[in-house]
Design a protein around this ligand. Structure first.
Ligand code: ATP
Length: 238
């Protein structure tokens, strides 16, 4: 083989069967403690599908999103993206993957209070090294589709919780990521806004992304293509 075409490293792992994202036998405890939040947990998330993770409060739903999104390091197991192991990549490469391949909607919206609504949505461009102006037309379309009809130069302190949540969804989708993680994305929303958010997430999955939602809503769980119910037992067993 020509050395110039030899990959520096191959992450190929044959265990994944065509999933966009997969967790294999993942284990995790905060602070290296004995109370495991995830134990031997495996799941696959396919392109074009919406998956819903449900379970009682504290069973580790949000933590699983952080593990899948490479925000936390695993204690055991592996995470694969498109069949390549990614959880053991160096920090900078994991950060690059998060910026270029993933979108994340946090439970509390987590907008930057020092930036305008539009700059919050365009944040993805900065992390990707893109010119925010390139993403602005898509940001405007998403905000309109989401029914966010406030001036986009407002700061997060001047908007409602429901508006913040819808803006956070726009921020997650603006870079057209391959995987979207959404932690209770409809938790603060009236039924109309919740339907708009779910419609946008479905549309994004239809475009070829894997969408992973954490929810307490049984209607969302049955609407999803894949439902992954968790129990406290699964999380905490030794
Ligand atoms: N940073 C942290 N340090 C230590 N323990 C934590 C931390 N974050 C969460 N935990 C604990 O880990 C467990 C799982 O938390 P997690 O937020 O993943 O649960 P959840 O199922 O998403 O809960 P909820 O439905 O209430 O949002 C809980 O017992 C929680 O107290």
């Amino acid at each position: 083989m020509n050395p110039s075409t030899t990959p520096v490293r191959s992450y190929r792992n044959p265990t994944t069967n065509g999933a966009r994202l997969a967790a294999h036998a993942v284990s995790f405890a905060y602070g290296g403690g004995s109370a495991r939040v995830a134990h031997d947990w495996s799941a696959e998330f396919r392109a074009g599908e919406v998956s819903a993770i449900t379970g009682p409060s504290g069973c580790g739903k949000s933590t699983r999103l952080y593990l899948l999104a490479l925000m936390l390091g695993l204690d055991g197991g592996i995470v694969e993206l498109d069949g390549h192991r990614v959880d053991d990549l160096p920090d900078a490469e994991r950060a690059r993957l998060r910026a270029t391949r993933f979108g994340f909607v946090f439970q509390d919206a987590a907008l930057d209070s020092t930036r305008s609504v539009m700059d919050n949505v365009l944040e993805a461009a900065l992390y990707r090294g893109q010119d925010p102006a390139d993403l602005r037309p898509r940001a405007e379309t998403l905000l309109a589709q989401m029914g966010v009809d406030i001036p986009v130069d407002r700061r997060p302190g001047q908007i409602s919780g429901g508006q913040a949540q819808r803006i956070a969804v726009c921020r997650a989708l603006v870079g057209a990521p391959d995987v979207v993680f959404a932690d209770e994305p409809t938790g603060n929303l009236d039924p109309g806004s919740a339907a708009a958010v779910l419609g946008m997430l479905r549309e994004h999955a239809d475009s070829g992304a894997a969408v992973v939602i954490v929810t307490h809503d049984p209607d969302i769980a049955s609407w999803a293509d894949q439902h992954l119910p968790l129990t406290s037992h699964q999380s905490l067993s030794a």
